[in-house]
Design a protein around this ligand. Structure first.
Ligand code: FMN
Length: 374
């Protein structure tokens, strides 16, 4: 996919030609309309056999992390497929893993529209979607219908959150409910405590709150492990807006409480990098290009402190292949993309895999060792 041909010239794939055309049409629409239309069209394509391409599209560059074997290190970040309704169709773009959700126990509409904005000169988005989703029951039914991606070795992460109407003091109940519902259907489960669009959610990153949440989830996981005879890894997704000084303590809590991986980072509430751009003052989380540096710094700080005790999944601002390689060099085992996928199209997936492959070949065994922290 988009890799260099044997003569060294970039291969002219359909993605290189078609995506810029498709993008100019899609960018003429309201961002959320474009998002929904793209996923619907993808499903139509899937119905006509696109899902048969899944195996052919996944480029192999194996990584073992959280006890799982990923076919390649590049995944789709949470939020694009909130209801897990398009996993097989999205899988045909070559991702090694897809994270569906965030799902909440009950269906909820999310925030009023408009709630998604493009900041085109910065290759960025601001969203305040607010966990719009159809609830965990529909989510699980959707997951059960999607079998192509996983049957070809794709890893499916399911990302859980809390309902807006649940008081923050009762948040643990929602996460436990979510874990119980998705557990038998997930390769790994992500606990999202870092969205800026659900009131007080990020306070769950505080040490006391985090320990209480992780202990409740660990208890539930023990029960689920016994019942299903399967230990499903748990990852925690954190914000880029944490103070640097809070990162080591948070990392220690994750290790101590038996978490299997850390996903860094969610969107940012900072706006310094986009001041003056149209939509820069919209409330919500900023993603894409302007997030890259801070997100990489968080990965670096985690990696320095963790020294391989937990694998890091890096997400935030990967808009080209070099950005993906940078995240791996900073200490990540895996990367995820969202906003870059919107701006650059499906070719970004293969380009990131190839950049990481090239980097691995030159950084040698030390880098490989670090990136495989399991
Ligand atoms: C429109 C939109 C919706 C998102 N929804 C979620 C979500 O439901 N759960 C979540 O954990 N992250 C969500 N994210 C955050 C992304 O998963 C990712 O962490 C963030 O956008 C940074 O990566 P990027 O710069 O590659 O987009 C969302 C991002 C966007 C742009």
């Amino acid at each position: 996919m988009g890799a260099a041909a044997s003569d060294g010239r970039p291969r002219l794939t359909y993605q290189r030609v078609l995506y810029p055309l498709a993008r100019s049409f899609l960018f003429s629409l309201d961002p959320e309309v474009a998002h929904d239309l793209t996923l619907t069209k993808l499903d139509h394509a899937a119905a006509f056999g696109l899902t048969r391409l899944v195996a052919a599209r996944i480029t192999d560059l194996p990584v073992r992390a959280m006890g799982l074997d990923f076919r390649n290190p590049v995944g789709l970040a949470a939020g694009m497929d909130k209801n897990a309704a398009h996993v097989d169709a999205l899988g045909s773009f070559g991702f090694g893993h897809i994270e569906a959700g965030t799902v909440t126990p009950l269906p909820q509409p999310g925030n009023p529209k408009p709630r998604l904005f493009r900041l085109i000169p910065a290759q960025a988005l601001i969203n305040r979607m607010g966990f719009n989703n159809d609830g965990v029951e529909r989510f699980v039914a959707n997951v059960r219908r999607q079998t192509a991606f996983r049957s070809h070795g794709g890893i499916l992460g399911l990302n859980i959150g809390k309902n807006a109407a649940t008081p923050i003091e009762r948040a643990v109940d929602d996460y436990v409910l979510g874990l119980r519902a998705v557990y038998p259907h997930a390769d790994y489960v992500t606990v999202n405590i870092s969205s800026p669009n659900t009131k007080d959610l990020r306070s769950l990153q505080g040490e006391r709150e985090l320990v209480a949440l992780l202990r409740a989830l660990a208890d539930e996981r023990h029960r689920l492990e016994d019942r299903h005879q399967d230990r499903v890894p748990l990852a925690i997704k954190i914000a880029p807006d944490l103070e640097d000084s809070a990162i080591p303590a948070l990392a220690d809590v994750l290790v101590r409480e038996g978490v299997d991986g850390v996903i860094a980072t969610n969107t940012t509430i900072a706006r310094d990098a986009v001041r003056g751009l149209k939509h820069a003052d919209e409330a919500g989380g900023l993603s894409g290009g302007p997030l890259r540096q801070r997100s990489t710094e968080v990965v670096q700080r985690l990696a320095e402190h963790l020294q391989g005790r937990l694998p890091i999944i890096a997400v935030g601002g990967i808009v080209d292949a070099a950005d993906a390689a940078e995240k791996i060099r900073a200490g990540a085992a895996l990367v995820q993309i969202y906003t870059g996928f919107i701006y650059r199209g499906p070719q970004l997936v293969g380009e990131c895999v190839e950049a990481i492959r090239r980097d691995r070949a030159t950084t040698g065994a030390a880098g490989r060792q670090r990136s495989r922290a399991a």
